[in-house]
Design a protein around this ligand. Sequence first.
Ligand code: PDD
Length: 281
Amino acid sequence: RIAYVNGAYLPHADAGVHVEDRGYQFGDGVYEVCEVRAGHMVDERRHLERLVRSLNELRIRLPMPLAALGVVLRETIRRNRVRNGLVYLQVTRGVARRDHYFPDPATPPSLVVTARSVDPARADAVAGEGIAVITVPDNRWERVDIKTIGLLPNVLAKQAAKQAGAREAWFVDASGHVTEGGSTNAWIVTGDGRLVTRPAEGGILRGITRTVMLEVAEALQLRVDERPFTVAEARAAREAFVTSATNLATAVVRIDGHLIGDGRPGAVARALRENFHKYAQ
Ligand code: PDD
C-alpha cells in the first residue's frame, strides 16, 4: 500500500507526519472520506466542496488547487489499485512549534491521502442483515457541521456501541431528539410511510450521502420530512437506517436492544441503497 504525504508517495508502513503536526497535537485539521466504485470517486465534487467549506470555517488554507488535489486523489487510488473501496484525505494546519495560536501564515498545511479496497459483497452482507445501534448523549461541540479530525466523542460513542454488541451509536440531544450517528446520518420511516431525517442546519454534519439520498427519495416519490425525531419515535418506527459514504444506506434493526419493525431491513432502506449510484455522481 501507498500513502501520499506532503508531496511524496510513500510505502504505507513508512508514511508518517511530523511529531509537531497540529493535527497530531491539537486535532487541528479536517478530513473527507469518499467512496471509490469501479475505480472512480463517487460524488468527488461535493466532497471537495465540503472540504473547502470545512477549511474556510477553520481558516486553514487549501494545500493545493482543487484540480491538483483531484490528481493526488486519483493517483493514490491508482497506486493502491483500488477498484472498490474508499479514499481518505486529511488536511491539517501544518507543522509548527507547539503553541495554541495559529502558526505563521506562511506555514504550509499538511496533506495526507490514503486509499484502500473494501469488498462490496461484505458491505452488502452487512446491509442485508442490518445493524444494531445504541443511543448516547450528544456531548460534542457545537460545530459538528465542520468535518474535523477531532473525533473523540465519536470514538468513545462507537467504542461503547461495539462493547454493547452494536455497530453504531446515535447521539441524542438534550431534548431527546436523535442528532446523528458517530460516523453516519440517521433516518427513520414512520408508520404511515414518511421518511424522516434531521435538518442539516441543526446539530449534524451535512452528509453527502444524505443529500444524494434526499434526491433518490424524491425520484422514488417518497414523502420526506426534514425534522428532528425522538428516540421513542425511532423505536416505534417501521424502519430505521443510517447513511454515509462507507455505508450507503444500511438498515438499523435494533435500537438499544429493541427490535425495529420485524427486525429485518425494510423496503425503503433497501430501495434507497439500490438506487443510490444512479443519482450519485
Ligand atoms: N463519516 N455524520 C458524521 C458524524 C460523519 O462522520 C459522517 C461521515 C456522516 C456521513 O457523511 P457522508 O455521507 O458525507 O459520508 C455523518 C465518515 C464516513 C467517516 O468518518 O468515516
